[in-house]
Design a protein around this ligand. Structure first.
Ligand code: CUA
Length: 339
């Protein structure tokens, strides 16, 4: 499938037409003024050319009216670009609610992806149409950039922090995935594809690809083996560290008197640099796990902490359910009683 216009990539997401419309508007205005200015220029060159070697032109007094007109009109046009551009930008980068989360870890020179239901992919991402997909991305080494031209969306993938990107695909097909940040020798080879499927096809694909644990289950095992549970009992046992159940997404007070939202970035920082932002009422006793856990493992721990509900929020459940395909947004609930 190619677009009807040469050089314009095909359009396959809910925002791609918005980006295109803005782009064509900008191109149209540019073309209009380029033509207007060059024709006036040519006209003036001919009309006001020097006709005799000693000709002295009439002095020009200036005109406030004219100057006002050519200041106000471009200003108004520029504001339409700004207003429209800001609108599209917010549509594109405002985090989507109710999105299916996919974890992305970039490294020289590949994309490693994992679905919330456990399926892992390398340089390929399978997604259904009509569902919002949110990528939570980080890098193991240098800055990369996740770019899908057909979705008209891209975001830097930065070591040491999480960036997110969301899209909703509209047309089944296979689309290019590029790394759009020069990241070393094989940067140009850091490519892949996004495979957009009908929801039913996607569900089949998903159920045919079970095999690895869900990130939340893997995180739960790590939580045990790293000894996190002895201080951070999921239901408040341990007592030497803050309770994690139900903490995700909420504001928590810090020792410094400030507050911080418990999001992916904060959990990551607290695992790798626990002294940075200590929760009020606790001492600086947690050791760092820097160098002991990979980026994948940090993401798994985060997935596990996200899946912990406060007591009373969900009925107690057993170990992670197998990949259910109807609603991958529901993170499988691992056992809450982790002791
Ligand atoms: Cu990764 Cu360029």
């Amino acid at each position: 499938m190619q677009s009807w216009l040469p050089l314009v990539p095909e359009s396959a997401s809910t925002i791609s037409w918005k980006v295109d419309a803005l782009y064509f508007y900008l191109s149209g205005i540019t073309l209009f003024f380029a033509l207007l200015i060059s024709s006036v220029l040519i006209f003036f060159v001919i009309r006001y050319r020097r006709r005799t070697p000693y000709e002295i032109p009439r002095p020009i007094a200036g005109s406030h009216k004219l100057e006002t007109v050519w200041t106000v009109i471009p200003f108004l046009i520029a504001m339409t670009m700004f207003g429209w551009g800001a609108r599209v930008y917010f549509d594109q980068y405002k985090p989507a609610a109710n999105a299916v989360e996919v974890y992305v870890v970039a490294k020289q020179w590949m994309w490693k992806l994992q679905h919330a239901t456990g399926q892992r992919e390398i340089n390929e991402l399978h997604v259904p149409i009509g569902r919002k997909i949110k990528l939570i991305m980080t890098s193991e080494d240098v800055i990369h950039d996740f770019f899908v031209p057909a979705f008209r969306t891209k975001a830097d993938v930065v070591p040491g922090r999480y960036t997110t990107l969301w899209f909703e695909a509209t047309t089944p097909g296979t689309y290019h995935l590029f790394c759009a940040e020069y990241c070393g020798m094989n940067h140009s080879g850091m490519i892949g594809s996004v495979i957009v499927m009908e929801p039913r096809e996607f569900d089949n694909w998903l159920s045919g690809n079970v095999g690895s644990m869900t990130p939340a289950t893997a995180g739960q095992q790590l939580f045990q083996t790293l000894g996190c549970a002895s201080c951070h009992g999921a239901n408040g046992e341990g007592g030497r560290g803050p309770t994690l159940a139900g903490a995700f997404g909420k504001m928590t007070p810090l020792q410094s008197g400030e507050s911080v939202r418990v999001d992916e970035g904060y959990i990551r920082e607290s695992i790798l640099n626990p002294q940075a932002k200590i929760v009020a009422g606790f001492g600086p006793i947690m050791p760092t796990f820097q160098g002991q856990v990979s980026e994948d493992q940090v993401l798994q721990l985060i997935a596990y902490i996200k899946s912990l509900r406060a007591t009373g929020e969900t009925p107690g459940t057993t170990a992670a359910s197998p990949a259910t395909t109807s609603s991958p947004t529901t993170a499988p609930s691992p056992t809450r009683n982790i002791k």
